[in-house]
Design a protein around this ligand. Structure first.
Ligand code: UDP
Length: 538
């Protein structure tokens, strides 16, 4: 991967003239700074000022043109973490005529994706905040192809997982620090700024305690398209033919240890009659871990970033997450949320150590490794006595860190019992058929016919035809939901029906207008859209 910007691709004189004459052009998508991605022509960056620069000329474009709202609080989020005040993007403005007095621009010929990595040393953050969002931002814009170049502006060094970022494009990603070596004023010929948040599933607790995002928009299908890409780029050959089933214990070697790992491995192997292996980030290459997890029947691990590797598990596999003493599994669910995304088809099981005897605490370590010696005595005592960490905000809650960095002796019978509640026979990747769930279309040609019997009784005969897509599908169960609402009323009478017509007589009054709403339901829970409302007068 070349790190140099090839100037050969660029007619320098023409590029400079275009910049001076046309200035910067920006057109963005998104209504708020939190959902905005901008496409630029001739966006520049001053490596001395460490600021992006927008040049005004007769042909420049700035959409949205927000005026000073561009600073309230920013034009857009540069990382995929929503509205984080250390991750904002903006630019300063200059007239293009100022270029006369500025350092000679160096042009970036590659189409650029400019973004911030959020926490490149933590594997969960790497996948969730950076790799998946970058991958799908690149899918959104067709000129962000494998020849595009990534620019990471957060200011971190490469970090331990840089090789993973390199897989996303054929060009070496560049870091903020490296831009200085390229020139004093860099101008990006074509660039995209910002990352799509459409694939993220978790919020880390900056404004409210951590938990799943409110409106998750990604399913297992998109996750697996991404992992397929990564697996291919890593040159991992998936031995489809190998049929031996096995369990992977993903261990941590520095902290939050499983103290009786050997015993755990033996117990799992014996209980499930399966080979059981351990992997760790310290002792295995990333490719080896991906290869092993891609064919595993079960992944067992302490709560922690390494569990994001369940991204690579095959459908049907089981994730077992172990929580140290006093940490409520329901309060920390990044990996549960991942495993239970629609279409991930993973089974998720949480186990918690509930026995004080089985935990080893480290009160004297530095605060960021869970030490509490810096707190006053009363607070230390309260924490040590507490049986559950109360919900809290990110990221420096000492009680949380104290409990999160405990080591645990896993109570084997209790763990096996919890797993057995879910995994009845052998765990394992069931080689499943595509189980995509498709929704019905609208019912068609809906009609109603009213008949009045005397002054107090009436009937409403309603009929409709099947949704258009049903004739191409094999659906286990097709039902129809019909709502009958008296015009002007807030309430309605709901019915679930199996046929395409029904005569309603219960609670139907003569000389009344009814609104009839009809939708189709596949397999009990796949609700289709309502057809246009029917107006029926008795
Ligand atoms: N890590 C590791 N082995 C260890 C401890 C940590 O590989 O014994 C990795 C972990 O997977 C993560 C990074 O180091 O990628 C930071 O770990 P930390 O405990 O800070 O974060 P957490 O796992 O709680 O998200």
């Amino acid at each position: 991967q070349s790190q140099e910007l090839s100037q050969a691709q660029i007619d320098y004189h023409a590029a400079l003239q275009a910049l001076v004459e046309d200035g910067t052009r920006m057109v963005c998508t998104g209504r708020m700074h939190t959902d905005r991605i901008c496409r630029f022509e001739s966006l520049c960056y001053s490596t001395e000022a460490e600021e992006f620069v927008y040049f005004h000329s007769n042909s420049s474009v700035m959409l949205p043109n927000l005026g000073s709202r561009r600073f309230q609080p920013a034009l857009l989020d540069l990382s995929s973490v929503e509205d984080h005040n250390t991750q904002y993007f903006n630019f300063v403005e200059l007239p293009a005529t100022a270029l006369k007095f500025m350092p000679k621009p160096v042009f970036v010929p590659d189409v650029a994706l400019i973004a911030n990595r959020f926490n490149p040393d933590n594997l969960m953050h790497v996948f969730h905040d950076d790799l998946l969002p970058i991958y799908y931002t690149m899918q959104q814009f067709s000129d962000l192809d494998l020849e595009a170049r990534l620019f990471f502006m957060e200011g971190w060094s490469e970090g331990v997982h840089f090789d993973l970022y390199k897989l996303l494009s054929n060009k070496q990603p560049l870091l903020r620090e490296q831009l200085k070596t390229l020139g004093r004023l860099l101008c990006f010929t074509k660039s995209y700024v910002g990352l799509s948040k459409i694939t993220t599933w978790y919020q880390y607790g900056f404004v409210q305690p951590q938990g799943p995002k409110a409106n998750i928009l990604v399913s297992g299908n998109e996750i697996r398209q991404f992992t397929k890409f990564m697996t291919q780029k890593l040159n991992v050959s998936l031995e489809e033919s190998s049929t031996e089933e096995y369990i992977v214990v993903f261990s941590r070697t520095i902290n939050r240890l499983i103290l009786n790992e050997a015993e755990l491995i033996l117990a799992l192997a014996q209980e499930f009659q399966m080979k059981t292996i351990t992997v760790s980030l310290e002792e295995h290459s990333f490719s080896d871990i991906v290869r092993l997890i891609s064919n595993a029947s079960m992944l067992v691990s302490m709560h922690g970033a390494q569990l994001v590797m369940s991204l690579f598990l095959p459908r049907g596999a089981t994730v077992v997450e172990l929580f140290p003493y006093a940490i409520n599994p329901e309060h920390y669910t990044p990996y549960k949320t991942l495993a239970t995304l629609p279409g991930m088809d993973l089974q998720y099981i949480a186990w918690q150590n509930t026995d004080r005897e089985d935990t080893v605490t480290y009160p004297d370590r530095p605060w960021d490794q869970g030490g509490i010696a810096h707190l006053d005595k009363a607070e230390q005592e309260r924490i040590i006595k507490s049986t559950e960490v109360p919900r809290h905000l990110c990221c420096r809650n000492p009680e949380w860190l104290f409990r999160a960095y405990q080591d645990t002796k896993v109570n084997i019978p209790s763990l096996i019992q919890v797993i057995r509640q879910t995994v009845k026979s052998k765990p394992g990747p069931k080689k499943q058929k595509w189980s995509g769930s498709l929704y019905p279309g609208k019912v068609r040609a809906a009609q109603c016919q009213a008949s009045v019997q005397g002054t107090s009784e009436a009937k409403l005969a309603v009929s409709w035809q099947i949704p258009w897509n049903l004739k191409y599908l094999k659906v286990r169960e097709v039902k129809y939901e019909v709502w009958i609402q008296e015009q002007g009323e807030n309430t309605y009478m709901p019915y679930i029906l199996s046929h395409q017509n029904h005569t309603f007589s219960e609670n139907i009054k003569p000389f009344t207008i009814y609104l009839v709403w009809i939708r189709c339901i596949f397999n009990k829970n796949l609700l289709g859209p309502f057809a246009d409302v029917l107006l029926c007068s008795t």
